[in-house]
Design a protein around this ligand. Structure first.
Ligand code: SAM
Ligand code: SF4
Length: 344
């Protein structure tokens, strides 16, 4: 592959890959898995660790420089450090990260670090154990806190904390969450509630915007300065007067499709060029039957034709905007449309 990046129809390079290693989860967050029943991806279709590593290597050969392992909950995948070790060997890969709800970090943080994982993002939306149990429908708050400590003890630095902000749920905790992060050297990233697949309970009213988040934090902590953008990362970054840096991911009210350099592979090897896309491309059979070169040719051809701008299209719906999928939809309707398969 030459050094010139592979560009899509809007001039966006293929740089970041979210690689989902499972569609299963040990929590049931209301904004991600609110339904009673789910159809799980059939086991024979789930890629082996070997296949995931081969697929990721092809993406890297096409220009990907950052891989983020995700899920579902990625720490439910057995022997995950083996995959991390394989990916850490890829010389062109500059960043190797993992997003987790942290429940299993006490057991796995050291092995992941030893295998070569560079960075962690932990998801936690509240510091109140009862609220946590209500939001996630599981009583595992203490394990998450232990997981955050375990990450630091294992030597992880530059950990980030994802906080999904929902009106009438956790907006009174934003200053406290920022303090929680500051005390641990963790950069907090507030995420606007997104109307992605799986978020069948989404309403416009529950979205707490970037502007509202900033107003609350200004009231609590004083002057806020916006930092210049460093790359195509989704978070806008800000700084408090005391030097604390935090981010806001405002994809619901301020879509950033024009700079989107990421795509997603689900645990069954389906490739989506947009978080909102209804159609993906199955790379699984191509990899299994024809091998790396065929996958590479498919990636080059498909990315070159990419026009996706799903968040902008959702934004353009204005007051007609509602959940992408209907509440109570049949459990087997379309697991691949859901955030728990696409990994955020
Ligand atoms: N289970 C892992 C976790 O929660 O960190 C990884 C997968 S999860 C789908 C990835 C990220 O997506 C999490 O930070 C989660 O909070 C976020 N997320 C899920 N549904 C969301 C929604 N409707 N709006 C905004 N963020 C969402
Ligand atoms: Fe929550 Fe992540 Fe599980 Fe979704 S995949 S229910 S966000 S822990």
């Amino acid at each position: 592959m030459s050094d010139s990046p592979l560009l899509d129809r809007r001039g966006r390079p293929l740089r970041q890959l979210r690689l989902s290693v499972t569609d299963r989860c040990n929590l049931r967050c209301q904004y991600c898995m609110p339904e009673e029943d789910y159809a799980w991806l059939p086991r024979p279709q789930i890629l082996s660790l070997e296949e995931l590593a081969r697929l990721a290597a092809v993406f890297v050969s096409c220009g990907v420089r950052g891989v983020r392992l995700t899920g579902g909950e990625p720490l439910l995948r057995k022997n995950l450090p083996e995959l991390v070790a394989r990916l850490a060997e890829l010389p062109e890969l500059e960043d190797l990260a993992l997003t987790t709800n942290a429940v299993h970090l006490p057991a796995h943080a050291r092995a992941l670090r030893a295998a070569g994982l560079k960075r962690l993002t932990v998801s936690l939306d509240t510091l109140d154990p009862q609220r946590f149990a209500h939001l996630t429908r599981r009583d595992r708050f203490d394990e998450v806190l232990a997981g955050i400590d375990a990450a630091a003890e294992a030597g992880f630095r530059g950990t980030k904390l994802n906080v999904v902000v929902q009106r009438d749920f956790n907006v009174d905790e934003l200053p406290a969450l920022l303090r929680f992060g500051r005390e641990r050297g963790i950069e907090v990233r507030f995420i606007e509630y997104m109307d992605v697949g799986g978020a069948t309970a989404w309403t416009q009213q529950m979205v707490y915007s970037r502007a509202e988040i900033l107003e609350d934090l200004r009231e609590a902590w004083g002057e806020i300065t916006e930092l210049p953008r460093r790359d195509a990362a989704p978070a806008d970054r800000f700084q408090l007067e005391d030097g604390t840096v935090f981010g806001i991911i405002a994809s619901t009210t301020q879509p950033f499709c024009s700079s989107c350099d990421r795509s997603r592979v689900t645990a069954d090897g389906t490739w989506f060029r947009c978080l909102y896309a209804r159609q993906g491309t199955s790379l699984r059979e191509l990899l299994r039957d024809q091998g790396e070169e065929a996958v590479r040719a498919c990636i080059v051809e498909t990315w070159s034709a990419r026009r996706d701008a799903g968040a902008e299209e959702r934004f353009a719906l204005k007051e007609r905007r509602g959940p992408l999928q209907n509440p109570g939809r049949p459990a087997d309707e379309d697991p691949l449309l859901e955030m728990r398969t696409r990994g955020g």
